[in-house]
Ligand binder design. Sequence first.
Ligand SMILES: *Cc1c(COP(=O)(O)O)cnc(C)c1O
Length: 250
Amino acid sequence: MSGPLLSSGGEDRRAQLVQGLGRVRARIADACAAAGRSTSSVTLVVVTKTYPASDVAVLASLGVRDVGEAREQELRDKRALLDPVDGPATGELGEGVRWHLLGRLQRNKARSVGRLADVVHSLDDPRLVAPLSRGATEVGWTLGCFVQVSLDDDPGRGGVVADRLLPLADEVAGTDGLRLLGVMAVAPVGVDPDEAFGRLRVLADSVVAAHPGATAVSAGMSGDLEQAVAHGATHLRVGAAVLGDRPLTG
Ligand SMILES: *Cc1c(COP(=O)(O)O)cnc(C)c1O
C-alpha cells in the first residue's frame, strides 16, 4: 500500500490508536457495567472521517469491525484503496470491516452510498429511499438503515421531526434492498444528553412497537457515550476519542 492516504505515522500512529481504542473500550465497559448491560450489546463504530485510510487499516488490524464516514466521496476513496469492490466488504481488511455512512446524505449521492455502504445512519428524507434501494439492489446487497430523528425539532441539523419518524420507518421497512435497523440521533448542542437520549429511547420504542426487529439505537459520540449507553444505545459513533483531534475540518 502506498500514497499519501496510506502513509501516516507508522509505529507511533499505531501506538496512539492502540491507546485511544483502549481508553474508549474501557469507557464503554464501565458504562455497560453501570447500566447492567453486556458489552456485547454495544457496537463501537469508529468514525474515521478526515483521517487517512491507513488509520482504517491499522484499526482493522486491532480488531475494529465497524468504521464510519461522513461523506460519500471519502467513503468511495477509502474503499477504493482498502476494499475495492462495491457492496458488502470483501474481506481484504482482515475479516473485513463494515462501512457506515453517518453524515448528511445528499440525494444525488444516495445511489452511490447504496452501493458502497453496509449501513447508513442518516436516512432522514423519504426521497432518499428509492436511490439508496436502487444502489443496494444493483450490487445485490441489503443496506442496513437507521432513520435519523431530530431531538430538537430543528430539521436543518439533520433528522426527521418526531411525527415523521414512523412513516419513514414504515417506508424503509417496506422497500427492497433496505433493512430497517432502528433509529439514530445526535444530542443537540446545549441540551443535557441524558434528557436527549431519554427522549430518543421513547421514540425508539415507538418504532419497535411497529417493527419488532428494528431494535438498534445509534447514539453517543466521544463526549456523551456514557449517557447513550445508559439510555440503551446499541451503536456508538466515536471519532476523536479514539483517533485524536481531527486533522481537517469535518
Ligand atoms: C463526526 C461524527 C461523529 C463522531 O464525533 P466525535 O466527536 O469525533 O466522536 C458521530 N456522529 C456523527 C453523525 C458525526 O458526524
